[in-house]
Design a binder for this molecule. Structure first.
Ligand SMILES: NC(=O)c1ccc[n+]([C@@H]2O[C@H](COP(=O)([O-])OP(=O)(O)OC[C@H]3O[C@@H](n4cnc5c(N)ncnc54)[C@H](OP(=O)(O)O)[C@@H]3O)[C@@H](O)[C@H]2O)c1
Length: 490
């Protein structure tokens, strides 16, 4: 069966920076049984060749040394462009005819054999009309084969808007046709977290409240807000990072083993984690969340000089179930941080009995499992070791696994895996409607309390460090410490 991918928002940044390079890499590596046709749709007028030339230049730039002109020429034979406006129904009729034409379909035959994957790579304000027009023009109807749709993040701005978006989608597409993307799930290291937990026997017995003191999940960005200021100032860190990427990492860390490695089994277990998190009330938001803004943020172009938007958040959540009762999950994300790193730290309890004078008594010296999601993808186990020739003196040492050293070569882009899975109809690494809504259910009370008159203080921090000092002190008061270590690259 051959397939067609239609990218709405074809002339945009995501298409040229991520989607086309990912499809090119899949083609270069021979991952397609039959290479899909790729049809770009946006208002800018391009001929097929003009769009191919534009994409050749950007793909060469983003693929670097992996770009090969001869391979590109073969790949480009599958690329087409059709100009149109998602706000105009007629443009979907002409798109439909165009697709039938390149797929070689008889327009009198409703039961097309070719699968189609629609990718909404455009601002969320266009989703509604794009979905409606796909429905009205018959482009969403499944005949012999599939009609699937990928929806980019952000998926709503709160619970009400995400519910409304799900309602609009479900008027046209059934849930099994919908692929909500969070590119974090396409990362090898996030999938490896499931392998670490469920393909090994040594971790599962200790993966619970009896051995684990707390879990830290950090997504730190070294960059400041840059050219995304306009969007970011209305979104802030909770919508930009916590609601999607950090809660996804939390779900994969905390979920029970699914019965099968299959989309709904996995997503059922993930949703149960979010359902076990009692949303914070206003008092808890005061006590258990942290707001920060880096100094200089309000001077960025596109940001209101009086903006109180948080560029840093620390959030403490409890998962009220048998496994995790009493084990806090600390989520932290910020811009203008010390380095770019995404890491999950499983902090184990201190030993119950201090046998050696030098035995670890504080948590910082106790066992720790660090999962480096990016960059320097890998895993380290920290443990105490006797220093030779120094009596019973001890030092924390580590056993390390590094993806690049072990498997050589660079890691594939998350979009490669996700696009291939969507073409193959595997939704395991995509968010389901109830999952997205459950995530907003946790974030909405925080966003509301942060807007209210008795919101928590907005602490200022200097770029280049680990966020507000007060957040460090807040952890110390709880007898815990952030693991503030930048990964070692290379
Ligand atoms: N860029 C990223 O790295 C990134 C990362 C994660 C998520 N996302 C998400 O991906 C989506 C796309 O982001 P982007 O950065 O690629 O945006 P962008 O660069 O602003 O591109 C928007 C695209 O939409 C098209 N468009 C606008 N109005 C249209 C209309 N009425 N009909 C048809 N096409 C229309 C534009 O083309 P014309 O003007 O030619 O019509 C352009 O191709 C957004 O939802 C964003 O949040 C982006």
């Amino acid at each position: 069966m051959s397939q067609t991918i239609v990218i709405f928002g074809a002339s945009g940044d995501l298409t040229s920076r991520k989607l086309i390079p990912a499809l090119y890499q899949l083609f270069r590596k021979g991952r397609f049984d039959a290479p899909p046709r790729i049809v770009g749709f946006s208002r800018s007028p391009f001929s097929h060749d003009e769009w191919r030339d534009k994409l050749a230049a950007t793909t060469a730039q983003f693929a670097g040394e992996k770009f090969d002109a001869a391979t590109w020429d073969e790949f480009a034979k599958h690329i087409y462009y059709h100009a149109g406006d998602v706000g105009k129904r007629d443009d979907f009729q002409s798109l439909s005819q165009f697709l039938d034409g390149i797929e070689g379909n008889d327009s009198s035959d409703d039961d097309n054999n070719d699968g189609r994957l629609y990718y909404l790579s455009m601002a969320p304000r266009f989703y509604k009309s794009a979905i409606e027009h796909l429905g009205q023009s018959g482009l969403a109807e499944e005949g012999h084969c599939c009609r699937r749709i990928i929806i980019e993040k952000p998926f709503g701005t709160d619970l009400a808007s995400s519910r409304e978006l799900n309602r609009q989608i479900h008027k046209v597409f059934n849930e099994h046709q919908v692929y909500r993307i969070d590119h974090y799930l396409g990362k090898e290291t996030v999938q490896n977290l499931m392998v670490l937990r469920f393909a090994n026997t040594i971790f599962e017995p200790i993966w619970n409240r009896n051995y684990i003191d707390h879990v830290q999940i950090t997504v730190a960005e070294e960059v400041e807000v840059g050219s995304r200021a306009g969007y970011y100032d209305s979104a802030g860190v909770i919508r930009d990072m916590i609601q999607n990427h950090l809660l996804q990492l939390l779900m994969v860390t905390a979920m029970e083993a699914p019965v099968r490695y299959e989309a709904d089994s996995i997503r059922n277990e993930k949703v149960k984690v979010l359902q076990a998190i009692e949303p914070l009330d206003a008092k808890q938001v005061q006590a258990d969340t942290f707001r920060g803004q880096y100094r200089g943020y309000t001077a960025s172009e596109g940001v209101e000089p009086t903006s109180r938007t948080a560029t840093f958040a620390g959030v403490k959540l409890s998962i009220d179930n048998w496994r995790w009762q009493g084990v806090p999950f600390y989520l932290r994300s910020g811009k203008g941080m010390s380095c770019r790193t995404t890491q999950i730290v499983i902090q184990f309890h201190a030993p119950p009995h201090k046998l050696f004078e030098d035995s670890p008594s504080d948590l910082g010296e106790s066992n720790r499992l660090v999962i480096q999601v990016q960059p320097a993808e890998g895993i380290q186990i920290h443990f105490q070791t006797k220093v030779p020739d120094a009596g019973m003196k001890m030092r924390q040492t580590d056993l390390g696994f590094n993806y690049q050293k072990e498997f050589r070569g660079s890691m594939p882009e998350a979009y490669e895996r996700l696009l291939l899975d969507a073409l193959e109809g595997d939704a395991s690494l995509f968010a389901r409607a109830d999952e997205v809504e459950a995530a907003w259910q946790i974030c909405d009370p925080i966003l509301d309390a942060w807007q209210s008159s008795d919101r928590p203080t907005l602490f200022m921090y200097d770029p280049g460090f680990w966020g507000p000092d007060e957040c460090r002190e807040w952890m110390l008061e709880q007898g815990r410490e952030w693991f503030d270590t930048c990964p070692v690259l290379g």
